[in-house]
Design a protein around this ligand. Structure first.
Ligand code: UD1
Ligand code: CA
Length: 463
């Protein structure tokens, strides 16, 4: 096996997307298209990956980071011109160069490996990945000779009606003998409808040099779709969703309705977890085993333990332990940390708070900037008054404390271990451990009040 290199084309603006976001940065399955491409290339054995950047260069660099090399294509003069920009880095090397477009997010490492192997087996100088498209509109068509060998690729805009009828398309993924690639690129002209230097023109040049050009047809056109506009973007999203959900199901996750379940690419989910419809799980999220998630739940950038339930709720950027019950209708906001055996029930909002094992906030609470110990009961309507209009303050509730219903804990304040706060209290000072604190006006019953005011009213009316 000769040495392998890869080039990712990601300099285009993506005019057809009609977007402020550069095309290759549009997410599919929650991950930018070009990141999908690079992640898949990393799975095949290549010495280095060179990414051609131009439009949105800095943003693409920020996304892909230092694991790939970059070359700048200052003017976008076509895909051939784009590859030419890598000459300084790759031009002198012996080996095979895999070229992939940054706008084909569904292409898999298996298909790339298949293409590379075919290229090596055929001893070819150029091998292009082709596919059969029901609707080939917009793609370059693969024109074959009578003997079945590839003659050339004709871009849609340059194609005759007869050529447009061809359904075998160029997927935009190729293998080249590196030396031949750069020699041939020098001969590519921009004599075409778009006035661009087309990479696929290398095929004809190689043929003229009597070099072997091979084609490797993938049976799955869907995997090779190029995303040029938002219609294709939504198709890619559907296909990616299908692929991701399928993988989770194969790994032992039950997804009740895969069409209604949106799981981003790098999410991890443990065995025997059940996902109900309307669930959206994104970012760097990890969910444990035997959980019940959904329906209608959003979880982003969070870690969820085992046997935990999250129903009709939102969890962002937080950690949740084992056997926790969240929802229905709870909101766990960023930087929250819930231990094990916790209950966070209806209409409870938790923000930047830590709740230790066995604690409960079952109904109608706001818990912000708080440290809640073990086995604490936050009664219905418990509120941390964390904000004085300028600063946020900490509320501490120590192990075993019991906060009665409808209590305000005005921070900074601490409720000590095993203490009780009576219902309806507004706590402004620390409560010592083991104490009972009542902070509300004493109840006053006025006996016979109703008949007294009735007498008063009758007198006024002169009855
Ligand atoms: C290209 C192919 C076409 C193929 C299709 C597959 C050419 C001329 N055509 O067409 O045969 O069927 O892909 O999806 O190659 N780019 C640059 N610099 C440039 C131009 C493009 O980096 O100067 C990048 C783009 O960012 C994009 C990729 O190359 O990621 C493909 O460019 P695009 O304009 O989308 O090519 P297509 O018209 O789709
Ligand atoms: Ca494209």
């Amino acid at each position: 096996m000769s040495k392998r290199y890869a080039v990712v084309l990601a300099a285009g603006k993506g005019t057809r997307m009609k977007s402020r976001l550069y095309k290759v940065l549009h997410p599919v399955g929650g991950k930018p298209m070009v990141q999908h491409v690079v992640d898949q290339i990393k799975e095949v054995d290549v010495e280095r990956i060179v990414t051609v950047i131009g439009h949105g260069a800095e943003k693409v660099k920020d996304q892909l980071g230092p694991e790939v090399d970059y070359v700048l294509q200052e003017e976008q003069l076509g895909t051939g011109h784009a590859v030419m920009q890598t000459e300084d880095l790759l031009g002198d090397l012996e080996g095979t160069t895999l070229v992939v477009c940054g706008d084909t997010p569904l292409i898999s490492s298996e298909t790339m490996e298949g293409l590379l192997c075919h290229h090596e087996k055929e001893n070819a100088k150029v091998t292009l990945l082709t596919a059969h498209a029901e609707d080939p509109t917009g793609y370059g068509r693969v024109i074959r000779n009578e003997d079945g060998t590839v003659s050339k690729v004709v871009e849609h805009k340059d194609a005759s009606l007869q050529e447009q009828a061809v359904q075998e398309i160029n997927t935009g993924t190729y293998c080249f003998d590196n030396k031949l690639l750069f020699a041939a690129l020098k001969q590519v002209t921009n004599d075409n409808v778009q006035g661009e230097y087309y990479l696929p023109d290398v095929i004809e040049i190689a043929k003229d040099l009597n070099e072997t050009v091979a084609a490797y047809q993938t049976p799955t056109f869907e995997e090779t779709i190029g995303i040029n506009d938002r219609v294709a973007l939504s198709q890619a999203e559907i296909l990616m969703k299908k692929r991701i959900n399928r993988q989770h199901m194969k790994n032992g996750v039950t997804i009740i309705d895969p069409q209604q379940t949106y799981i981003a690419s790098d999410v991890q989910i443990g065995q025997d977890t059940v996902i109900y419809p309307g669930t959206v799980i994104t970012g760097e999220t990890k969910i444990g085993e035997e959980c019940i998630i959904g329906p209608n739940t959003e979880i982003k950038d969070s870690q969820i333990g085992n046997e935990t339930t999250v129903k009709q709720s939102v969890v962002h950027d937080s950690e949740v332990g084992d056997q926790v019950a969240i929802g229905p209708f709870a909101h766990i906001r960023p930087q929250s940390n819930l231990g094990n055996n916790i209950k966070v029930g209806n209409f409870v909002e938790i923000k930047k708070s830590k709740m230790d094992d066995g604690s409960k906030a079952s109904h109608l609470s706001y818990i912000g900037d708080a440290e809640i110990g073990k086995d604490v009961n936050l009664g219905c309507g418990s509120i941390t008054v964390n904000y004085d209009g300028k600063n946020k303050h900490l509320t501490k509730v120590e192990d075993g404390a019991f906060i009665g219903c409808n209590s305000n804990l005005v921070a900074p304040v601490t409720v000590g271990k095993n203490a009780y706060v009576a219902a309806g209290s507004t706590i402004t000072e620390d409560v010592p451990g083991e104490a009972l604190s009542i902070a509300r006006a004493r109840q006053l019953n006025k006996e016979g009040y109703v008949s007294k005011i009735q007498d008063k009213q009758n007198n006024l009316r002169g009855e």
